[in-house]
Design a protein around this ligand. Structure first.
Ligand SMILES: [Zn+2]
Length: 392
């Protein structure tokens, strides 16, 4: 298909204008990604690429498309956004608008700007003589439970057979993100025995056990020595404590929840073992614990330096600089479940995601789109047509 001129800012504005907010908690299910998927399908058709929309469950949609021959580079992003939240916190309204070189609107940074940059790049390329191809994977539910990607791993794993690496256009503030932390959520409920506060010796305080647990968590955290060159050290947050009934009652129950961020070299299994050891060291017995739940456990991820996507982006975006991400992206899932190593690179501004008045810089949309175009050209045609790197 012949090259076409697409204005990336206008394209991003259109995508932002199609609502794909995930329902806020308590809200009924509804179509989330459908409008975006249909728009992208039509857009791709217009540039000669046929796409497939898949309803992975009621109201939730993935889109996949392939162009060019086998041995593909994956271009990946999610179509859902978090809810707008309180409209009063959007001083100029919640509808997308371009102003002062910025595109405002929910999803502009996270991550319809990234999708637009990829789509605009594709419009400028004629794939008829390509030696290698592209797999596009735009998914549902990244802001929730990764169901869009998980569905593909479970039901369409074949699409990844000829794919070794990819780019996720998630907000990275135009830096090359090559690593990210893992996360573990642990919730422990301690068992006690209630008694009147005037005779505490007749009871057994669950809050005092929780207090020992918090001390054990802090000492475990201080003992962690793994340091990653991009991510630094892991972290720990005691996020919730709930327990007790009244001032004059010995508490019979107390729940503590902890979020732990891990770095490469730390695995969830090993961390959980260390936590159990720390609990033993603080004299917390099995019978003190009513329930210990692991709410989530996702491993940290770091690309090998020779990973093809990382090499590609480094050649093209030159000195954009390698960074590690504190947040979790699906790159870890694609690595572990589909064998695809993804670099995260996108125009979205990390600090603005999920915030009111979210925006993306138009200049970054344009630059990202140029970088994606060069990456696609180099991958598909082996063109090293970028002697001057964009970040000099
Ligand atoms: Zn995102």
């Amino acid at each position: 298909m012949a090259a076409k001129t697409v204005n990336v800012a206008e394209l991003a504005e259109k995508l932002v204008g199609i609502n794909s907010e995930i329902p806020a908690s308590g809200e009924p299910q509804r179509d989330v990604e459908k409008g975006v998927a249909e728009f992208v399908e039509e857009y791709l058709e217009g540039i000669g690429i046929s796409a497939e929309i898949i309803e992975i469950e009621k109201g939730r949609y993935d889109l996949i498309a392939r162009v060019g021959p086998s041995s593909r580079l994956m271009l990946n992003g999610h179509m859902d956004t978090v809810p707008i939240g309180d409209p009063a916190q959007w001083p100029n309204g919640v509808f997308p608008r371009i102003q002062d070189g910025k595109l405002y609107g929910r999803g502009s940074s996270d991550m319809k700007g990234g999708l637009a940059a990829m789509l605009a790049a594709l419009s400028r390329i004629d794939f008829t003589k390509a030696n290698k191809g592209i797999l596009m994977v735009f998914v549902a539910d990244e802001e929730g439970f990764f169901k869009g990607s998980e569905w593909l791993f479970a039901n369409r794993n074949d699409i990844f057979n000829d794919v070794k690496c990819g780019i996720i256009a998630e907000s990275s503030s135009m830096r090359i993100q090559a690593a990210q932390k893992g996360l573990i959520g642990i919730q422990v409920t301690f068992e006690g025995r209630s008694a009147h506060a005037s005779t505490p010796e007749k009871g057994d305080s669950a809050i005092l056990k929780a207090f020992k647990f918090i001390s054990a968590m802090n000492s475990f955290n201080e003992s962690r020595s793994t340091i990653d060159s991009l991510l630094g050290k892991g972290s720990l947050n005691i996020g919730e404590i709930r327990g007790g009934r009244s001032q004059n009652t010995v508490p019979d129950s107390c729940m503590v929840s902890v979020d732990i961020r891990t770095v490469p070299g730390e695995t969830s299994d090993a961390i959980i073992k260390e936590i159990k050891k720390a609990m033993e060291a603080y004299d917390i017995k099995d019978t003190d614990v009513r329930e210990m739940k692991i709410n989530y456990a996702r491993e940290p991820f770091k690309l090998n330096d020779d990973s093809c996507a990382l090499q590609l982006l480094k050649r093209i975006a030159g000195t954009a600089g390698l960074v590690g991400g504190t947040g979790y992206t699906e790159s870890e899932l694609y690595h572990s479940k589909a064998g695809v190593d993804c670099v995260v690179f996108g125009p979205g501004i990390k600090e603005l995601i999920h915030q009111p008045n979210e925006y993306v810089n138009i200049s970054d949309l344009e630059k990202a789109s140029e970088i994606f175009e060069k990456a696609i050209r180099e991958w598909c045609f082996g063109e090293e047509d970028n002697p001057e790197k964009l970040f000099h």
